[in-house]
Write a protein that binds this ligand. Structure first.
Ligand SMILES: [Cu+2]
Length: 352
């Protein structure tokens, strides 16, 4: 029903516009076409000037109004560099924007049609073409070069002392895994994913490196001023680990682990003192991944090494949870007290 009304309204609107256009055509004929054209031309030229002024004021006003509210402070070493790059890009493109927009609208006003002068025909100039092609090309190449340099740093090899956290996206939340004392994440296989049996990530229990791995969900804990390497996975569709405060983001692709690393600079507590108690480092999913996409908000707690150690120690290894709390015991599982340092070559195939 409402569609019918919308169609009727559109048709009526079209008829009205058509009639007005027709009426003004008759008026123009009555008053002399040439005179009307000149009048319209003057009005349009003046509107160009108004558009320029209102537009420039709008740009300034939006910036003033939203200053400091867009991204907030960058909270990682990479983030600071990305911000610098962003500001340099905005300054360069901003200057070009101002010059071109002012010239565009001012010239349209200044050189409006007039009986007092004749247009100057100037079709081509190779020198000019070269200048305005080569200069932007060089500037853009430098900007893109910086971007690539940072990109390779972020996605490249993490420092030796980096801690490792595995983050897995699923519809609709994030799951985390920390290597235990051995500092090594055990192998996984997607067919081993059995949530009811305490194996949400598909860890292969016959791999001893899995026996001390810690599983967590909801909050990710990391250590301030210590590089952290994220190993990013997905269990169903493509998600994306978006860390706006650290200026990082990376797709989580099923079957293809991706990585990125950064060093958080401030603890959550420091940020809360600065920006209020509501502050939290957030993980947002930056890919539309389904109906519950908006609920994929994770929280990162940045804390001291001691706090982190205490938190990690409070968590049982997922292996123990699976052995103790599962509905059925996984096959080929080594003894419950198995130590990851004890050689225990797998009975099954180890696949990643
Ligand atoms: Cu998602």
């Amino acid at each position: 029903m409402s569609t019918t009304w919308i169609v009727i309204a559109l048709i009526l609107g079209f008829v009205v516009v058509f009639q007005i256009a027709k009426a003004s055509e008759y008026v123009a004929i009555l008053r002399g076409e040439e005179k009307t054209r000149k009048e319209n031309n003057r009005v349009n030229a003046f509107l160009m000037l108004i558009f320029l002024l209102v537009g420039l004021f709008g740009v300034w006003y939006c910036n003033e109004k939203l200053k400091g509210k867009i991204l907030g402070e960058a909270a990682s070493n990479h983030g600071e560099r990305i911000d610098t790059m962003l500001y340099i890009t905005i300054i360069i493109t901003g200057i070009v924007f101002l010059i071109t927009q002012i010239l565009l609208f001012w010239f349209a006003y200044k050189y409006q049609d007039s009986d007092k002068r004749k247009p100057f025909y100037y079709p081509h100039n190779n020198k000019l073409e070269v200048i305005w092609t080569v200069i932007p090309a060089i500037v853009l190449t430098v900007l893109v070069g910086f971007g690539l340099y940072y990109w390779f740093q972020i996605t490249g090899e993490a420092p030796k002392n980096a801690m490792v956290v595995e983050i897995t996206g699923k519809q609709f939340n994030w799951e985390y895994r920390y290597p235990g004392k051995d500092g090594e994440l055990g192998k996984k296989y997607f067919k081993e994913v059995k949530e009811a049996e305490g194996n949400p990530l598909g860890q292969i229990w016959s791999d001893p490196a899995n026996h001390d791995d810690i599983y967590a969900t909801g909050e990710m804990h990391i250590v301030v001023n210590k590089p952290v390497k994220l190993i990013i996975n997905a269990k169903d569709v493509i998600h994306d680990v978006g860390l706006a405060h650290f200026r990082m983001k990376m797709d989580a692709v099923p079957g293809i682990p991706t990585t990125m690393w950064f060093t958080p600079k401030y603890t959550t507590r420091q940020m809360k003192e600065k920006y209020g108690q509501d502050f939290n480092y957030e993980i947002s999913c930056d890919q539309m991944c389904g109906k519950g996409h908006f609920t994929m908000r994770g929280v990162i707690i940045v804390e001291s090494q001691a706090e982190f150690n205490a938190w990690l120690a409070s968590k049982p290894a997922q292996y123990e949870t699976a052995m103790g709390g599962g509905t059925s015991k996984p096959a080929a599982a080594p003894a419950k007290t198995a130590d990851s340092t004890v050689a225990n070559k797998a009975t099954g195939k180890l696949m990643n």
